[in-house]
Design a protein around this ligand. Structure first.
Ligand code: NAD
Length: 260
């Protein structure tokens, strides 16, 4: 369906981003991976994805808190593959603390990586999409783009911000064959959440599995974790022709969390 299209997925060295990169590669997209991590492990991931799918897969390690590196990522993608069609803004970090205890540098980092990065990448990518005459911007937001939880001031602010950016991007591209939408996952068991599970286990004296169960049952009515692969298939759908008139919306995949 997406054969020959070019996709850049930020924060795709693990978790949700990696699953999205795999699913888009499976549809025939050439892929620019991005993210942090062990160089040898990332190269193994890149090579395995290319070998499994037969598409071209490259890697750019831009730090998504650095606007010049983000512009470099977009430009290198367009230069390397001769264009850019799909941008998935997915890189993200978390820090939990009350507002009164929240370290300023964690606030700045979360706003930079989870929100401002998407502005810089979208700004740089839209001209390439317009030139190609087709584009999709997909923002990995969160249920925390729609509702709040305690101890996540920066994350909730950034994710609400990305919902606003999603709508503005959609409106400014409404007359172009470009869409911009946000996917809003509930709990997904990735590295980002394993840290929160481990902290809960430590604080409450629970096993990791009991802490995971408690965490998911607290907010997610389905009492079941969302998987990265489910979210990846939503991203593929948002790139389909059937979704060409879906723009500026949020798609919760949250086991009923935001229905409450
Ligand atoms: P993850 O930790 O597995 O993945 C995060 C990715 O972002 C990694 O590839 C990491 O290397 C990358 N990254 C972090 N800082 C970066 C930086 N400065 N520059 C470049 N890359 C950077 O976690 P995940 O759960 O897969 O998170 C992906 C996205 O999904 C995030 O935006 C997160 O907020 C969102 N999300 C996650 C959940 C969940 O429950 N896991 C729920 C809702 C939304």
């Amino acid at each position: 369906m997406l054969k020959g299209k070019v996709a850049v997925v930020t924060g795709s060295t693990s978790g949700i981003g990696l699953a999205m990169a795999k699913a888009l590669a499976g549809q025939g997209c050439n892929i620019m991976l991005n993210g942090l991590g062990d160089v040898a492990a990332i190269e193994a991931t890149r090579k395995a994805l290319a070998d499994e799918t037969g598409v071209e897969v490259a890697f750019n390690g831009a730090d998504m808190s650095k606007p010049d590196q983000i512009r470099g990522l977009i430009q290198e993608t367009a230069d390397r593959f001769g264009g850019l069609h799909i941008l998935v803004n997915n890189a993200g970090i978390q820090y939990t603390s009350s507002i009164e205890e929240f370290p300023e540098d964690r606030w700045d980092a979360i706003i930079a990586i989870n929100l401002s990065s998407a502005f810089h990448s979208t700004k740089a990518a839209l001209p390439h999409m317009k030139k190609a005459g087709w584009g999709r911007v997909i923002n990995t937001a969160s249920v925390h783009g729609l509702v709040a939880s305690i101890h996540k001031a920066a994350y909730v602010a950034a994710k609400h911000g990305i919902m606003g950016l999603t709508k503005v991007t959609a409106l400014e591209t409404a007359e172009d064959p470009i869409t911009c939408n946000a996917i809003c996952p509930g709990w997904v068991r990735t590295e980002l959440v394993e840290k929160q599970i481990a902290a809960r286990a430590g604080e409450a004296g629970l096993s990791v599995e009991d802490a995971a169960r408690q965490l998911v049952e607290e907010k997610q009515p389905s009492k079941t974790f969302v998987t990265p692969e489910m979210l990846a298939q939503v991203a593929v759908f948002l790139c389909s022709d059937a979704a060409s008139q879906m723009t500026g919306v949020s798609v919760p995949v949250d086991g009923g969390w935001t229905a409450q």
